[in-house]
Ligand binder design. Sequence first.
Ligand SMILES: Cc1cc2nc3c(=O)[nH]c(=O)nc-3n(C[C@H](O)[C@H](O)[C@H](O)COP(=O)(O)OP(=O)(O)OC[C@H]3O[C@@H](n4cnc5c(N)ncnc54)[C@H](O)[C@@H]3O)c2cc1C
Length: 390
Amino acid sequence: MSQNFDFTIIGGSFAGMTAALALSNVSPNLKIAIVEKQDILKQDRKRDGRAYAISAASLKLFKEIGIFDETSKEAGVISDIKITDYKSPFLLDFLGREVGGDLGLIIENYHIHNALRNQTLLRENITFFAPNSYEEINFEGGVAVKLDNGKILNSELLLACDGRFSKLRETYQIHTTQKRYYQTAIVFNISHERSHENIAWEKFLPGGPLAILPMKNINQSSIVWISPDQTAEAILSLDEKNFISQLTKKMENCLGKTEVISEKFSYPLIAVEAEKFFHKKMLLIGDAACGVHPIAGQGFNLAIAGINILCDLAKENLRRGEEVSSQSLIDSYNKKAKYEAQKMLVATDILNSLFETRSLSLSLARDFGLGLVNKIPSLKRFFIKSAGGS
Ligand SMILES: Cc1cc2nc3c(=O)[nH]c(=O)nc-3n(C[C@H](O)[C@H](O)[C@H](O)COP(=O)(O)OP(=O)(O)OC[C@H]3O[C@@H](n4cnc5c(N)ncnc54)[C@H](O)[C@@H]3O)c2cc1C
């Protein structure tokens, strides 16, 4: 049995469901299929320790696709980002009010996932196939995807949203650069004695950076503790008393007495970048195209930037009466989304190496950099806008 769509999306997670909803907004006449191997329709997504910093620009799309209300009621607000470095007397302070608003929200990612799923199920032009995977894909005269239940999905364009280690990217031999950082991010939630005052802290300390992200409850924060792999293993094997004592030291006691209030999760850090973001009538979206270091909390925000690019191009094609799978759309998506990804890869990589480095020239650049940015209002406004993604 076969069904016809305009887009078939493989991977129904953050990038896949966001792309489906955003494309569904482009026109109610577009028909979209999502294929997801996990049974996300029957089960809510569980906590995996990650709380995403969602930029002001991404929140605009959250509103447009109808998930803002459900996610923002669970969110912490970032009104100030403070970046400190143990070797430098300077503190970089990005105040939201300097650009006329908050800098973004901190949302535990399972709330976002569940809101995306709930909204997707309300759309008449989106059909979910889950739990399902694909068995064969044929690119002759469009795209035909054969599912593991024998169904054939015909469409104009295939969107590969199958994550950082994308099997589709591998199958079609899209050359991909991988960078292992030999670092692990340990993520979990804490409660603390003092209010976080809606401040997000990024502390660059010996052994790796620590991010303290303000949650909805003013006495709770989400922690991203990045360390070299072996150190992270040792940290995770500490008993609770020693773990808290190391954490308090790392936090420079900025929030008073703390307690871990969730399970701890760990993620080995690997950046990936596909050489091109397409193959025939398939586009790579989200982590399948480019997965960045989480130091600046930008991976999903970058996926959203790519989805906005695709939707603008699709809208323009429909306006001109062209197919949404035209070669010019594919080429423009590749060029524009790749440009956004490369900007982000360079920025996160520089940020990571700048604060990791032992080289004198980079240390000086960093120390001057922190002080300088604070002193020059226009430079500071530029960085605040980048943090807010607007
Ligand atoms: C520690 C950490 C902190 C982070 N913090 C932030 C942050 O603050 N802000 C931010 O913007 N980003 C953050 N990120 C990045 C963010 O997690 C990713 O960018 C985002 O999850 C990518 O979503 P995705 O949909 O592309 O991939 P995934 O979420 O990996 O989804 C891939 C989906 O494809 C499905 N799939 C795979 N193969 C198949 C198949 N054959 N058939 C059907 N389905 C298939 C999988 O089941 C899965 O559901 C962080 C990442 C880490 C590791």
